[in-house]
Design a binder for this molecule. Structure first.
Ligand SMILES: O=C(O)CCC(=O)C(=O)O
Ligand SMILES: [Fe+2]
Length: 752
């Protein structure tokens, strides 16, 4: 990009201004000045000029300005006790340590007034200023072309920026590249409201934040319900996505639901161009601007079959993937070649293209959609949305799925949707967050779903329409909210001394197989070790009687307590999922997460094998009750606590000695023999011994294409009293679970 001397001067002038402010008014006013530069869109412009390198003076001034701004933020943080400890876990982040408390934070709070996004951006400027770590690959300012993009009345919303961040990957092997799309003023690499694509993964993996997973999940569910309702219908199911963004949702649907037609309404050619060229969106349609160069360099999905990868690896390297491929890891040039040119062309499944529409289709013109999805910050405020027009595009059972930005926007959108179909046909969704304080959802992302025949949202529906076709069994667990109201049953003296000795002996045998031991306190310490006794069938072969005893105990308690529908409880569908021998030495973390639960299991039997107060101190087992209080359950050596696996439970830190427990989880699936806590809903787990030794079986064990996530829990938001009165929409909290089936398989080569 050409720039005039006037613009060149601008960088130098800004720098002088900043230096003068630092010298005279102190860091406070210098920080304010720096923030005002950022508010006016200076960061990307500075970075871009820095990269251009052709104008030495300009580049030097830009670098100095970025460094000076970064220095101001660091000075402020240092004053508050925070020091840089190194790169953070995420590309583009720094890790800070507090000198007094020792706390580690990627995003420590700056004291005083500096809590804005500008402050956060100031903190990450080091990355932007360090050559080679960050690249602006596309930038189109919306007004003006100087560093300061300010134009009266312009909020720079139309500005589009694509940046690449190159940083050390977590495993320390080379680098990983993160690509981000920012609409509007660049607010820093850590800011939430942008598309994030880790380019070592396929573009559909951009569907990760809760709101996107929710939109994708609802779209799939609505389509499946539609198809389920009229199997004779000849017309193909369709979804309309309003606004292309980085193309994450259409890419996802095109890959995981390639029988669905996906239309994308996007009148701005430039946005389609960005999604195609920089985010590998496969698109067709009568939009004007064709992408320049090769579309989507690293396009496609790493979901290709291992067989395919091996074929290509043999062709290119004369070796198969399993035998020695990883030795080539160090050869970066190979990796780059593989990632950029070989894999996309030869290996990867091509997603079905979406169709770009530059005008909304006319109602009744042959297009009706099971779901119309509106995501993205620029339209999420909803003002400009013609909801009645979108509503007319729905099939009779279809629904609108809208992202709302914050609670205020959600309320106003809900009001507008209610006027279409009545408040009973609108549901407001937020995240069921197990980690965070559940009382604070004012800033949580929200998704609204509304339609003339709004479907019931439940894990049962999800299972029936989307999971059942590719899962061998239904977990049949209680929804979380119901499970919290169940009781913990104390069974004194369940195991005799000799039975406990036998368990310890079993653990000694199990520990010989390194693969069946997991260090849960890693990387901080090795205080807490878990040995999976069911691995290789050890638990069932060497402890058959004990297994029988625990199974019948767990089953009868569950029956008695009503933890499942009587009709579901057949003896064949109640088996040991995992038998864990835990050993935790002081100082050990316990299991601090108060909302931890044993997902997908029905009953957990937890047997204490050490004497509290003698063998160990601390390590108290508690449950989080619906009242919000922690209820401690004291149990002695040989005793068991038996509880519904979906009830929240936790363990206090072990402060002295060593605590041993045997934790056995039962589920609807088959008895597992794999060396981990299995998450596969297939008849066999890919990591089971006989499966992993036979590649053919292994492919089969993965079964039909599973979606990468599923609906794990739906909780009614009972804090919302008006909802009960029927004056506001229903509010539900959704929890999504990752279906990471490939956990135990060798990872595909990392692409750059
Ligand atoms: O240590 C315990 O008593 C319980 C452990 C547990 O809940 C788990 O590992 O899931
Ligand atoms: Fe647990």
């Amino acid at each position: 990009m050409l720039h005039s001397d006037a613009q060149e001067d601008e960088a130098v002038c800004l720098l002088r201004e900043l230096q003068a402010a630092s010298a005279s008014g102190g860091p406070e006013s210098a920080c304010e000045l720096a923030e005002s530069f950022l508010r006016r869109g200076a960061a990307v412009a500075l970075l871009q000029r820095l990269r251009s390198g052709s104008r030495a003076t300009w580049a030097v001034a830009a670098a100095k300005l970025l460094e000076a701004m970064h220095g101001l933020a660091l000075g402020r943080l240092r004053d508050a006790g925070w020091h840089v400890a190194g790169p953070g876990a995420h590309a583009g982040a720094l890790r800070f340590v507090h000198a007094v408390t020792g706390e580690e934070e990627e995003d420590p709070e700056l004291p005083g007034k500096l809590r804005s996004w500008e402050a956060r951006l100031l903190q990450s400027l080091a990355l932007l200023a360090a050559p080679g770590e960050c690249d602006v690959v596309y930038h189109r300012p919306c007004c003006g072309s100087g560093i300061l993009l300010e134009k009266t009345g312009c909020d720079h919303r139309a500005q589009q920026t694509v940046i690449d961040i190159v940083a050390d990957s977590e495993d320390g092997h080379g680098t990983s590249r993160l690509r981000q799309l920012h609409a509007g003023v660049f607010k820093g690499t850590q800011e939430g409201n942008h598309a994030d694509w880790d380019r070592s993964r396929p573009p559909d993996s951009m569907v990760e934040p809760w709101k996107e997973v929710t939109a994708a999940g609802l779209a799939l569910l609505l389509v499946a319900m539609e198809e389920g309702g009229s199997s004779t219908s000849s017309s193909e199911a369709a979804v309309l996505v309003v606004g292309v963004g980085a193309g994450a949702l259409p890419s996802f649907l095109g890959l995981h639901a390639d029988h669905i037609r996906v239309d994308v309404f996007e009148p701005a050619n430039e946005r389609v161009h960005i999604a195609q060229r920089y985010f590998a969106l496969a698109a067709t349609g009568a939009f004007e601007q064709k992408p320049r160069g090769k579309p989507g360099k690293a396009s496609g999905a790493c979901k290709s079959s291992r067989k395919n990868r091996n074929r290509v690896c043999r062709r290119w390297f004369g070796k198969s993937l399993h035998k020695g491929f990883y030795k080539l890891r160090a050869m970066r040039c190979f990796k780059e070649l593989l990632a950029a040119q070989v894999l996309p062309k030869l290996l990867l499944k091509q997603p079905r293209s979406c169709q770009i529409l530059t005008d909304l289709p006319l109602p009744g013109a042959g297009s009706s959609y099971a779901a119309v999805v509106v995501l993205g910050s620029s339209i999420a405020t909803g003002e400009a949305l013609d909801l009645p027009a979108l509503a007319k595009l729905l099939t009779p059972r279809g629904a609108l799925v809208l992202q709302a930005e914050g609670a205020v926007c959600a309320r106003s959108l809900a009001g507008r949707l209610s006027s279409l179909w009545g408040s009973g046909k609108v549901t407001q969704l937020t995240e069921l967050d197990l980690q965070e304080d559940p009382s604070d959802d004012s800033t949580a992302p929200q998704v609204l779903v509304a339609g003339p025949e709004l479907p019931t949202l439940s894990t049962n529906q999800w299972h029936r329409y989307l999971q059942a076709p590719c899962a061998a069994f239904r977990p049949g667990v209680l929804d979380l909210a119901v499970a919290q109201r169940t009781r913990v049953i104390h069974v004194p003296n369940l195991l005799s001394d000799s039975e406990m000795a036998a368990v310890k002996d079993l653990a000694r045998q199990g520990q010989r197989n390194e693969a069946s031991v997991e260090v849960r306190s890693a990387p901080t310490s090795d205080a807490w070790k878990v040995c999976f006794l069911q691995a290789d069938g050890l638990f069932e072969s060497a402890a058959a009687e004990l297994k029988e005893k625990l199974t019948s105990l767990a089953r009868s308690i569950g029956d008695q307590q009503g933890w499942w529908e009587a009709a579901e409880a057949t003896p064949e569908s109640f088996n040991v999922r995992v038998a864990e021998y835990h050993s935790q030495a002081a100082p050990g973390p316990g299991l601090p997460d108060r909302r931890h639960f044993d997902m997908d299991s029905l009953v957990t039997v937890d047997i204490l094998l050490s004497t509290p107060g003698v063998d160990f101190e601390g390590g108290e087992f508690s449950t989080l009750e619906p009242s919000g209080a922690l209820l401690a359950h004291s149990f002695g050596r040989g005793d068991a606590v038996v509880f519904n696996s979906h009830k929240f439970h936790c363990v206090g830190p072990v402060t002295a000695g060593r605590r041993h427990v045997l934790v056995v989880e039962f589920w609807r699936g088959p008895s597992r023999r794999c060396p981990h806590r299995c998450r596969s809903l297939q008849p066999t787990c890919p990591a089971e011994p006989e499966v992993s030794s036979r590649p053919g079986l292994r492919e089969a064990a993965r079964g039909a294409a599973l979606l990468p996530f599923r609906l794990a829990s739906v909780e009614e938001d009972d804090e919302q009293e008006e909802a009960l009165l029927g004056s506001t929409p229903r509010r539900l909290k959704l929890l999504w679970q990752v279906n990471d089936m490939d956990d135990d398989l060798p990872q595909p080569p990392t692409c750059e």
